[in-house]
Design a binder for this molecule. Sequence first.
Ligand SMILES: [Zn+2]
Length: 256
Amino acid sequence: MTLFDSHFHLYDDKYGNEQDEIIKNAHDNGVKYMVDIGLDEETSKIVIEQANKYEGLYCAIGMYPEYCNGDEIDLSFIEKLYNENQNVVVALGEIGLDYHGDDVNKENQKKHFIRQIEIANKLNLPICIHNREADMDMLEILKSHKVNKGFVMHCFSSSLEIAKEIIKLGGYISIAGPVTFKNARSLIDIAKFVPLDKLLIETDAPYLCPEPLRGRRNEPANVRFTAQKIADIKEMSLEEFVHNTTENAKHFYNIT
Ligand SMILES: [Zn+2]
């Protein structure tokens, strides 16, 4: 069985210097493919370095919405880094809208999100979307700015209605550890609804550790708990479910 963790952060401080162990543990648990997701220029450079170092590790580069509240954010690093590292960069991400908290400038976030969609289209890359408390603006942008190579809503946490809109737009939905939590009713309905060929799984590690390890530091090896839970929800064998989501992720990220 070959698992694919479609979204996590190997450079996070919580891992200290344990990157070798995290990757080895993933491989030992059948997680052959992983995508390490950047948040700004500095972490984009780090994920590229890490993806060049580890077998089966790819990366996404871009500017996180929280860092896009300013007026003119320099995004030129994206194209430059991509051109030098096309062997490992498989998407732009994570990018999007995050209206949670103070000091949010919605107009500037939207402007820089749209700019990054345009860069993705120029570079022929899909995008990994972070969306928090911004459903309506997110849908409006996705309807008016087509992402040619496709998009995934990472760690999906919106409603079933929004999930339906995303599927109508041809997007993928990625589900993380919270589907295993006790209060996961709405995510369970969403997992049931999302067509099998539009579903990805992820850890978003080191965060959101699934049951039975909830509360601990998360890592890609744990993506199997989320896979088992959704396989049960969809009344499929784990093997068949994992085969499907791994093929989906390989297709989405254009990994052969
Ligand atoms: Zn993330």
